[in-house]
Design a protein around this ligand. Structure first.
Ligand code: FDA
Length: 397
């Protein structure tokens, strides 16, 4: 039976990175993935240009039942460390928005970089290859794979989350964790568009394609999420960065509050316009909001868009402004794992070492990347967690 120091299951962002570092540290490493194509999530990320980190990544940008767990790994492998690696490989990149770094050309360059790091470490890769079973032995682990049984001193589980099943996502890592007695923090789709009951969404469905800057919030206390970003209307509900961000904080049955005219004193502006503007109400409102939204909103409030501003009632203008600035709405669900960028929940970090990502129940078994209950905001944070958790694990071996 072939023997390795380390078998990494899952050749995505975290698995490739961990295998490369461990190989370069002199370990005999086997990397296994069941998908036909390598690192599809990196390839499709950031619209094909991979938002590979965020310069400002900090523990506050991550959700977890155990929010302090990610601190150590994030502090020991920083965005600047990954940027230095990207620069060593001559990959050009740029900052787009709020610290988000993207490749100038293609995410394929990142995959090539990770592969070349693996090659330098002499990592063997079996792909596509399935792992049917993992058993604990005295010397470590025994794995039954499509290409025969292998022995390994250690196993790293890097099989990621459940989003986008058609490119290889599976719950294998979660099931393996449970097999070895680990608790799984309940899984749900994150960074995902939100949907609404068709009857409630009717008045807005013809706004599909419209986008605007909003302030969105949900939840209370420590579970409160609050973002100022772009929102996009879709046929079934809402999407865009503001909604993807807030979706990770949204719980079923909980309302969202959206300020459609952030940083404007809309009530004061509309009241002032009564004496200064000869426009009709519809046109006046369209000076502050996209026209299609202004029209739809007035219809919904049963206000006459053709009313001359001087004739508008103060009470109506105040109520209009108030509803626009605190639009409360109740999603009925999400677009699910088919459209989600990440999976919230995962292997409970209270049962892992924050230094090495090793199981506290089964020595030699490690969990890294998205399979763990650490989920980043939108904006390069999830890849930074993949790199940081992989580095923490590989450097501890
Ligand atoms: P990842 O999913 O990368 O890899 C898991 C690997 O395990 C896969 O190769 C899979 O085939 C393999 N696997 C699964 N089950 C297996 C089994 N049973 N046996 C063997 N192998 C198995 N993040 C970010 O920071 N910036 C961005 O721009 C984006 N953009 C983005 C776009 C889209 C469309 C999605 C879906 C996601 C993103 N993300 C992102 C999130 C990011 O892609 C994600 O968090 C990381 O890839 C997670 O890295 P992992 O290595 O943990 O899992």
């Amino acid at each position: 039976m072939t023997r390795f120091d380390l078998v990494v299951v899952g050749a995505g962002a975290a698995g490739l990175f961990c295998a490369g570092i461990a190989g370069q540290r002199g370990l005999r490493v086997l990397l296994i993935d069941h998908a036909d194509k390598l690192a599809e999530k990196i390839r499709i990320s950031g619209g094909g240009r991979a938002n590979f980190t965020n310069r400002e990544a900090a523990p506050a940008n991550f959700l977890s039942e155990n929010p302090n767990f990610c601190r150590s790994a994030l502090a020991r492998y920083t965005p600047a460390d990954f940027v230095a690696l990207v620069q060593r490989h001559g990959i050009a990149f740029h900052e787009k928005h709020k610290g988000q770094l993207f490749c100038d050309h293609s995410a394929e360059q990142l995959i090539a970089m990770l592969l070349s790091e693996c090659e330098q470490g002499g990592v063997q890769r079996w792909q596509p290859c399935r792992v049917a079973a993992v058993r604990k032995t005295e010397a470590g682990f025994e794995l039954d794979t499509d290409r025969g049984a292998v022995q390994s001193t250690r196993v790293v589980v890097a099989t990621g989350g459940l989003s986008i099943p058609k490119i290889g996502a599976s719950d294998w890592g979660h099931r393996l964790a449970q097999q070895f007695g680990h608790r799984i923090v309940p899984l749900r789709p994150g960074l995902v568009p939100l949907t609404f009951a068709p009857a409630a969404w009717g008045p807005f469905s013809n706004l599909a394609g419209l986008s605007l800057d909003v302030e969105v919030s949900t939840g209370k206390g420590k579970a409160r999420g609050h973002f100022v970003e772009d929102l996009l209307f879709t046929h079934r509900g809402l999407s865009g960065p503001a909604i993807l961000q807030i979706s990770s904080f949204w719980a079923e049955g909980q309302p969202l509050t959206i300020d459609l005219a952030p940083n404007q004193d809309l009530a004061a502006m509309l009241l002032a316009a009564k004496s200064t503007s000869r426009r009709q109400l519809g046109n006046e409102l369209a000076a502050h909001l996209p026209q299609r939204l202004a029209q739809a909103w007035l219809e919904l409030q049963r206000l006459d868009a053709s009313l001359a501003m001087p004739q508008a009632k103060d009470r109506d203008l105040q109520a209009l402004a108030q509803r626009l600035r605190a639009w409360e709405l109740q999603p009925d669900g999400t677009e699910g794992y088919r459209k989600a960028e990440v999976t919230l929940g995962g292997v409970d970090t209270r049962e892992l070492s924050s230094q090495s990502m090793e199981s506290q129940k089964v020595p030699g078994l490690h969990f890294i990347g998205e399979v763990v209950d650490v989920t980043g905001w939108l904006g390069g944070y999830n890849f930074q967690w993949a790199w940081a958790s992989a580095a923490a694990c590989a450097r501890a071996l």
